[in-house]
Design a protein around this ligand. Structure first.
Ligand code: NAD
Length: 296
């Protein structure tokens, strides 16, 4: 049993904290939302009134926050993790944030003698609830090995991606590719349909030919071929277009800094931004099919 402080009990953090309790850990949980803390207490966590109270006795601190600004604040301000954690504690940030924020916060923590990894996740609320998330971890090997047993209580696949920030790099590069392949898949299904080829027949051919991808075989954006895909459920998420757009923007930001050419990533970001402008970014990201069809 490990004493864990958990900060950020939203859609993802709530079920992740519950899985740490199920694995036998002693979890003190906190959030700005009292309702979120109440739900965590119902799941067996102890109530943390403040960030300082949640982390002061913890051997491990896990954070699951919206974006880089929240992570910088929660770790580096006076009320936060670094100023109030006990000596020797290990920090795991599982939020999806910009690479610069991830590296800056890890440097701030290690400068004060703490071990820290960035460990963003792939998989949505269903995977967080089932404890089957994929973690992409950046940081020193020793810190990764220390974090592994905690991550195993919340996830199924745990990868060490290299140095600090590399977990975020893996996450945004993967999601940029996912966004691009999803849009390409939508274009192909739309083209086939317009030329008189029905979605199921095109799927049967392309899913066993060279156009095949996860976006097609697991998450087909045309209704019919993959019964569990959001396309069969009015494009209810799933993984909302708003969250995909967040990851696309992080990828473009990082690409500019690294001077990496990502012309299709830029186009994909622009298309998901049109879903945002239309007020339709609460649809699943495969709902970009509606934009391509002209029915958004
Ligand atoms: P969410 O908005 O539901 O939860 C974030 C929680 O953090 C909220 O409850 C909020 O009150 C809390 N919070 C913010 N600032 C705080 C502070 N200073 N102190 C304490 N609590 C604070 O978001 P989510 O969907 O759980 O996502 C969390 C992270 O996981 C994001 O970075 C997101 O990009 C990433 N992610 C989400 C999904 C998904 O499907 N939802 C999938 C993969 C990754």
């Amino acid at each position: 049993m490990t004493k864990i402080g958990f900060i950020g009990l939203g859609n993802m953090g709530g079920p992740m904290a519950a899985n740490l309790v199920k694995a036998g850990h002693d979890v003190t949980a906190t959030d700005l939302s009292i309702g979120a803390v109440d739900r965590a207490v119902e799941a067996g966590c102890q109530r943390g009134e403040t960030v300082a109270a949640a982390v002061k006795d913890a051997d491990v601190v896990v954070t699951m926050l919206p974006a880089g600004a929240h992570v910088r604040s929660v770790y580096t301000e006076d009320y936060g993790v670094i100023a109030n954690a006990k000596e020797g504690a290990l920090f795991i940030d599982s939020s999806t944030v910009d690479v610069d924020s991830a590296r800056a916060v890890i440097t701030a923590a290690t400068d004060k003698g703490f071990a820290m990894v960035d460990a963003p996740v792939s998989g949505g609320v269903a995977a967080a609830t089932a404890g089957s998330l994929t973690f992409m971890v950046g940081g020193e090997k020793q810190s990764f090995e220390a974090a592994r047993p905690i991550l195993e209580a919340m996830g199924k696949n745990i990868f060490h991606a290299g140095d600090a920030g590399n977990g975020q790099v893996a996450k945004i590069a993967n999601n940029m590719l996912l966004g691009i392949t999803m849009i390409g898949t939508c274009e192909a299904f739309n083209l086939a349909e317009k030329l008189g080829l029905d979605a199921q027949t095109f799927f049967d051919i392309s899913s066993t030919a060279s156009g095949q991808s996860w976006s097609m075989t697991s998450y087909c954006p045309a209704a019919g071929p993959v019964p569990t895909a959001p396309s069969n459920n009015d494009y209810k998420p799933g993984f909302a277009a708003a969250m995909m757009l967040k990851d696309m923007r992080l990828a473009q930001e990082a690409a500019h800094q690294a001077k990496a050419a990502t012309p299709l990533g830029a186009q994909a970001e622009a298309l998901f931004a049109l879903m945002e402008s239309a007020g339709k970014d609460d649809l699943d990201f495969s709902g970009v099919m509606k934009l391509i069809r002209g029915t958004l």
